[in-house]
Design a binder for this molecule. Structure first.
Ligand code: ZN
Length: 497
């Protein structure tokens, strides 16, 4: 593909990316700075920009310029770009405008009904909304008649290439392995938590950001703010921000939410600058993105080595931690407990929460489960897998927003793929880096970050996930490194109690 042929296509893609960056900035502002009075206009502004971006995709000129570029013999980076643009254009073309408008309107209405039910309003209304969501999800799948399972069309949006046929056995195996581990590791009373402070929030934010910077988060191309729900967001290569959450009496909240989001942000900051302005400048998939957040949050920041580096720094800022030792801190941040709420779950039980949702989504989409039986099915699975019973809808099937602001199908698998991949990437890095524990204990995170940049970050979305994983780790997606990691860490903890 010579540059004369590529130039018109690249300039169209840059416009689409710029609209995306503006949408992201308005979204960031909505969560971080916007006064309540701005909500109505902001919703309209976002819808307008979203429509403009969709129209740019459907512009016949884009198809013409893409086809012209495809006629040139493309290889290497050009071939990757054309493959991804063709894939995204195909998806944008298949889904009709009227569906996009109907599903967006329904998502807004069901989100309102969900909020209302969580505040004590009518659950019956949410059931009706969710039945409609199921219909719309199946209608979406119908735009892709070639898929083997309706969920495949929805999963592909976030985790391109993953299918029910590949995920069901992987998750089934993981569930069978995790259920007895959770039972064993949560049997004894948990280790004591870190002291409860109180800790000044400004000081907490500074402490968490200092650690994120030690990992390699570049604040010259980013910033940190407080929000109710933490996230990372990219406007451009030079501006990738994180938000975080803090509790006055629990330091782990700010630490792990910041270091998780910094993992997402370092991925985006590490994408090769040459991919900027194209769809390749994003992460490879939801699962790979989550793996980069989980790697820094769990493999690194919940390790003994990290705490021997971090604890003295935290004690310097927070005298309430003076009596804690490294072993005590390590135990405090690795408590395994059966729980009802996914977002509060430890790293061992977490996947069981996800797999319950994934399986129930498939049953709904296959017509084997009716929406009005969902609450019972949910309670049954929680009893069987996690050994706990929800006290009501709010700590049961109404706890996550995903089904009430989008589709049924496709929104949960990335979390568990991320956990599994985080262990694979970390194990591969550790094989090449020598004593990575000693490096982390010394606060030297550059070797690990450099390995991740070389093998994951810089590629952005250039490589399909299976190729990215194989090139970086030498093997296909595999649960063994993850199980080995959990066993190494938690069998030691359980045995030493
Ligand atoms: Zn995440």
């Amino acid at each position: 593909m010579n540059s004369d042929v590529a130039a018109p296509l690249l300039s169209r893609l840059q416009e689409i990316e710029d609209l995306g960056g503006a949408i992201s900035l308005l979204t960031w502002d909505q969560s971080v700075k916007m006064p309540p009075g701005g909500a109505e206009a902001r919703g309209r502004q976002l819808a307008t920009l979203g429509r403009l971006r969709h129209e740019r995709w459907l512009d016949p000129g884009l198809e013409r310029d893409l086809a012209a570029a495809e006629r040139e013999a493309a290889d290497g980076a050009a071939a990757d770009l054309l493959r991804v643009v063709r894939h995204d254009l195909e998806r944008a073309t298949r889904v009709p405008n009227d569906y996009v408008a109907r599903s967006a309107a329904h998502a807004a209405a069901s989100y309102e009904a969900w909020l209302d039910a969580r505040r004590g309003g009518a659950v019956e209304r949410v059931v009706g909304m969710l039945e409609r969501t199921l219909d719309l999800s199946l209608e979406y799948a119908g735009f892709f008649p070639e898929v083997a399972h309706p969920a495949d069309a929805l999963i592909d949006v976030a985790d391109e290439g993953a299918t029910v046929a590949s995920l069901r056995p992987l998750f089934g195996r993981l569930r069978d392995e995790l259920v007895p581990r959770v039972a064993a590791w949560s049997a004894a009373p948990p280790a004591p938590p870190l002291p409860a402070g109180p800790f000044a929030v400004d000081e907490q934010l500074a402490a968490a950001l200092e650690l994120a910077q030690a990992f390699g988060y570049d604040v010259g191309r980013g910033r940190q703010d407080l929000t109710a729900h933490p996230f990372a967001i990219r406007f451009a290569h030079g501006d990738v921000r994180i938000t975080t959450r803090a509790k006055v009496d629990d330091l782990t909240e700010v630490l792990f939410s910041t270091l998780h989001e910094a993992g997402h942000a370092m991925y985006e900051q590490g994408v090769d600058l040459r991919l900027e302005g194209t769809p390749l400048a994003e992460g490879a998939s939801a699962g790979v993105h989550e793996s980069q957040a989980r790697l820094w949050e769990n493999q690194v920041a919940r390790s003994r080595a990290f705490w021997s580096f971090a604890l003295p720094r935290l004690q310097h800022r927070f005298p309430a931690l003076a009596a804690v030792d490294v072993e005590g801190a390590f135990r405090a941040v690795n408590r395994v407990q059966r729980s009802l709420i996914r977002t509060d779950a430890d790293e061992v039980t977490y996947n069981l929460h996800v797999i319950v949702r994934f399986d129930l989504e498939l049953e709904l989409l296959e017509g084997r489960l009716a929406v009005r039986d969902l609450a019972d099915a949910w309670a049954e699975r929680y009893a069987a897998d996690l050994g706990v019973a929800p006290t009501g809808a709010v700590d049961g099937w109404l706890q996550d927003v995903h089904w009430f602001a989008g589709t049924i199908g496709g929104s949960f698998q990335g979390y568990t793929l991320g956990n599994v991949l985080s262990a694979q990437f970390f194990a591969a890095a550790a094989r090449e880096l020598g004593d990575v524990e000693a490096q982390m204990a010394a606060g030297d995170f550059a070797p690990l970050r450099t390995w991740l940049t070389e093998n994951v970050y810089r590629h952005g979305r250039s490589k399909p996930v299976d190729r990215l994983v194989r090139d970086a780790t030498g093997g296909a997606l595999d649960v063994e490194p993850y199980l080995a990691y959990l066993d190494r860490k938690f069998e030691g903890l359980a045995g030493a109690r």
